[in-house]
Design a protein. Structure first.
Length: 197
């Protein structure tokens, strides 16, 4: 009987690890808004081309495919939804007149997300994992974890905005418009599944 408890715990930890790893390579229907009066045809073309530009090779961020997509769209003068750890934000460039290269925008997005991750305390990182595992067995832990995450999201949003502003971006809290959701399933990209987390 004692051998089953550690095996069960290992299965739960492995399941949580696989779930988080899988989510890091998936892309959702990401809200974006044209800022340069692009027509519907151009907006659809930009969306399609930016989806096709996803390489799947980006490392060191929570949602790599989404960050690649966002960089491409931001470079094309769109305001784009981004998930930065537990903060839902929108990002756009300050100046639409200057030309931006997707690679430069991608670099800025990655640097600032890594900066925000570094600002997380060790206690917070360990606490997130513990709450995730505890939430599987005890629902109040899951509810408490969501409440704590909402509170901490304000810190993530502030840290991200502080990093992005000097680089020439505006970061605002994402507020969905009527009928808009960042979690709408969409078609698969280059073998990646789109899911509703």
């Amino acid at each position: 009987m004692h051998a089953r408890v550690p095996a069960g715990l290992c299965l739960v930890v492995l399941g949580v690890a696989l779930a988080t790893t899988g989510c890091a390579t998936r892309i959702r229907n990401i809200p974006n808004h044209p800022l340069a009066k692009q027509s519907n045809a151009i907006a659809e073309r930009d969306q399609r081309e930016c989806e096709q530009a996803i390489t799947g090779t980006l490392k060191g961020v929570w949602f790599p495919a989404e960050v690649e997509f966002a960089a491409c769209m931001i470079a094309r003068n769109y305001q784009v939804y981004m998930q930065v750890i537990d903060a839902s934000v929108e990002v756009k460039r300050v100046s639409l007149r200057t030309k931006a290269q997707p690679a430069a925008v991608l670099h800025d997005l990655v640097v600032c997300e890594r900066t925000v991750s570094k600002n997380m305390t060790i206690g917070e990182k360990l606490g997130r994992a513990a709450v995730s595992v505890a939430g599987v067995f005890f629902w109040p832990a899951s509810v408490g974890g969501m409440a704590a995450s909402a509170t901490l999201a304000v810190n993530r949003e502030r840290d991200y905005a502080d990093c992005m502003k000097p680089l020439g971006y505006v970061v605002t809290r994402w507020v969905p418009s009527a009928g808009e959701s960042a979690f709408t399933p969409n078609r698969t990209l280059k073998g990646e599944e789109r899911v509703s987390p």
